[in-house]
Design a protein around this ligand. Structure first.
Ligand code: SAM
Length: 429
């Protein structure tokens, strides 16, 4: 397929996403199944246009003066693929699978406006109702942070130190663009790929099959490291899900001590079994029923709460979620986080700690939760987060926003990671 056919397919997919309110990944998968003639390169390029259009939706709509799927598709190519109205019309010319070329009015709209003049929420590419939330977190820098959340993400890997080291995995991935991550000591990064390119399928690598590495955003790796799991500890991962953090904790603990991996949703836990086998983790017990945790009350050195959240820190990877999110969903997540914090604290032993993590950049899910928890629970106190950061990531002081008593925040613009929040709260003895 040429660019015009790929663009037409992307517009079709964007129409479906809008009409049926379906996740982009599902619509793209269905499109691929019903267009088997399209090769892997075509599908990757179509996916890139769709995701770029969703990331930069408001900018594209503002430039085009229209928010139709056609405007978003063309807008993505102008904003993110270095195309111009002229180059696009030249590429489309004579391609019977391409959309209609840009009209004179459309081409004029695209070139007569400068994004620097657009309203703030447009430049931040976020819904209007989220603008005050970003501003609350980032102050004057909120538009740049919103823009950071609208860029293509890298592909991040975590080396499993139970089976390999970073040098060995880097050697295995030679030629893929893989390099040592800027922050996480066991991290490997393959930078974002421009235009129609796509990241290599690292899960097909023998090194992945052998359990030498996992796919994990660097922010998630950093949060797991800040939790400070050490060999011999008793740890409860209260929202373990598919086990991304559990596996990282297990490697930090060198397979010594015990991790109880619990999640209220059995189906979310399901992938953890394969991952444990592949990674050779031998200190993880998966617990799918809450009553089975009762023997652990007051026993844990560390209770990790990787809380359900809006996921606003992961908008780079799931830009469609940005436009589906509602205030009501945010309120539901906040209530869940409060309930989970209150339930999980029972497992912390005196002198032990809670590590509270979200992949959200909204204060009410982050420092707001921590402040309210500390106000309700005088027997808990925050760790000194600046000392914790400096001890864990020496020389990287500028790579996180740190509120000594309330937590550590990471973001694409500030840290080069997804948006993450981390707070450590210790139970007084
Ligand atoms: C952010 S995800 C966890 C991701 C996982 N820790 C990882 O690193 O791959 C949040 C998890 O919390 C779980 N959850 C939601 N409500 C819960 C509750 N009341 N108790 C325990 N887990 C809960 C969800 O099922 C979901 O798997």
């Amino acid at each position: 397929m040429r660019l015009g056919g790929r663009l037409a397919a992307a517009i079709e997919v964007l129409e479906d996403i809008e009409k049926r309110h379906r996740p982009a990944a599902d619509v793209l998968r269905d499109w691929g199944l019903s267009h088997r003639f399209a090769g892997a390169g075509d599908r990757a390029a179509i996916g890139n246009i769709v995701y770029d259009a969703l990331r930069r939706k408001r900018s594209a709509a503002w430039l085009f003066d229209s928010d139709t799927p056609r405007a978003l598709g063309f807008g993505a190519l102008v904003l993110e693929w270095s195309e111009t109205p002229e180059s696009l019309n030249a590429a489309i010319d004579g391609d019977k699978f391409a959309p209609e070329p840009l009209s004179q009015d459309e081409a004029r709209a695209l070139t007569s406006r400068a994004l620097t003049e657009a309203p703030d929420a447009t430049r931040a590419d976020c819904p209007d109702w989220c603008a005050p939330l970003l501003e609350e977190t980032y102050g004057d820098g909120w538009v740049a942070e919103g823009h950071g959340l609208s860029q293509r993400p890298p592909l991040d890997l975590r080396v499993n130190t139970l089976k390999a080291d970073r040098g060995r995995v880097l050697a295995e991935l030679l030629g893929t663009g893989a390099e040592a991550s800027p922050l996480a000591p066991q991290g490997i990064r393959i930078p974002p790929i421009a235009g129609h390119g796509r990241h290599p399928n690292v899960q097909a690598e023998p090194a992945f099959q052998k359990g030498w590495f996992e796919v994990q955003d660097e922010g998630s790796q950093v949060a797991a490291q800040l939790a400070g799991a050490e060999p011999g500890m008793q740890v409860l991962d209260y929202c373990a899900g598919a086990g991304g953090k559990t596996l990282a904790l297990s490697a930090s603990m060198e397979n010594r001590g015990q991790i109880f991996a619990y999640d209220s949703e059995k189906t979310r836990l399901a992938p953890i079994f394969d991952r444990i086998r592949r990674s050779d983790n031998r200190n993880i017990q998966v617990v799918a029923r809450l009553p089975e945790l009762s023997a652990l009350e007051n026993q844990m050195d560390l209770v990790l709460i990787d809380a359900p959240c809006t996921g606003s820190g992961t908008w780079r990877r799931r830009p469609d979620a940005k436009w589906r999110l509602t205030q009501k969903q945010l309120d539901v997540r906040i209530a869940e986080q409060t309930a989970i914090l209150d339930a999980a604290k029972a497992f912390v032993k005196p002198g032990g700690k809670i590590a509270y993590i979200t992949c959200s950049v909204f204060q009410p899910e982050n420092a707001g939760q921590v402040e309210a928890f500390l106000a309700r629970n005088e027997d808990f106190e925050p760790l000194d987060h600046r000392a914790l950061w400096d001890g864990s990531f020496p020389g990287k002081a500028g790579k996180a926003r740190i509120d000594e008593g309330r937590g550590v925040s990471l973001s694409p613009a500030g840290s080069g990671t997804d948006g993450f929040y981390f707070a450590a709260l210790s139970r007084k003895t």
